[in-house]
Design a protein around this ligand. Sequence first.
Ligand SMILES: Cc1ncc(COP(=O)(O)O)c(C=O)c1O
Length: 372
Amino acid sequence: MKINRFKVEEWFNKYEYWAKYDLADTCVEALSINELIEIPGENFSTVEEIFSRKLNYGDIHGSKRLKSAIATLYDNKTEDNITITHGTIGANQLVMLSLIEPYDKVVTIIPTYQQHYSIPASFGANLTTYRLREENNWLPDLDELEKLVGNDTKVICMNNPNNPTGAIIPDDMLYKIVEIAKKSNAYILCDEVYRGLKHDGNPFSLSIADIYDKGISTGSTSKVFSLAGLRLGWIVGNKEIIKQINHQREYNTISVGILDDYFASLAIENKDKIVSRNIEKVNIGKKILTDWIEKEPLITSVIPQGGTTAFVKYHKNIPSEKLCSKLQEETGVMLLPGETFEYENYLRIGYGNNFEALKKALFIFSNWLNKQ
Ligand SMILES: Cc1ncc(COP(=O)(O)O)c(C=O)c1O
């Protein structure tokens, strides 16, 4: 099946391995296995337990322990509402494989992770994208969205908190989006991979799976738990949807690795400690970034409310891919071009990692930009 090239992932493949200052990354500094097993304070027994595990397939749809831990991230969910996947990337694809057929109307809110529009298009869906705008703080205009969705949409795809903008849809607006979906009896696939990284107040913003029967939440340990290397994700939805998804899942997953399942359980059971570590880190990084934006007249941005990235506008007449490749060649600073999200004159900056490098790289970038 033909599919468009995945612009963000291909940019990473081409540029990340030689970046001196990687400001394109979306993870909060990763945890090592040693750091993770120290968190529950059961160092020795944990190690013993891991090494004595038989490396069989494990629990096919994910262990009871893992699903119980994931259920604590949502309201009133049980094992039957959850299935375990290869990251959020695997989760999103499985949901789409299960729900979308040729000619189905799909409305995807962009900018977002490219899976949410390129996969439906590759399936032959009737795809419409709704473009968020900076002037609306990267939030949807509900009248516009309602018109686009109409009463014949099968699936609305969205991402909340949003990558790249860092916007979080306020609760009342999320409820209104559900009302819009109900007119079509549409599913809402909400990629919630950054849910748990709201910068102020409760880090866990409202989940679509907690407010809408046809709302499907995807997530993982990658961002919120700083464990991208586990490649462990999940889908949460009503029991019938999960059954339907598992029907597809038998063809592409069998089970996830039992070590991944084990470490993910450990991490999610200790969510309070890991999430507060990460919220502290993203707020440090955000302060460095926002102080820099305030002083840099060639850059403007909506301040992110969640996640690990900002989508900044630059005021120079250079295409974003050209800007990023030239910048990296000349200074070693890696940024992500807005064009990879279908938005020109924007750049994505990640701020959850290595704050000394962040400060230095922003300084270098300013000097460079002012000379262009
Ligand atoms: C919005 C979004 N969805 C999904 C993914 C993939 O995440 P995972 O590592 O959980 O597969 C990413 C990764 O950057 C992302 O930003």
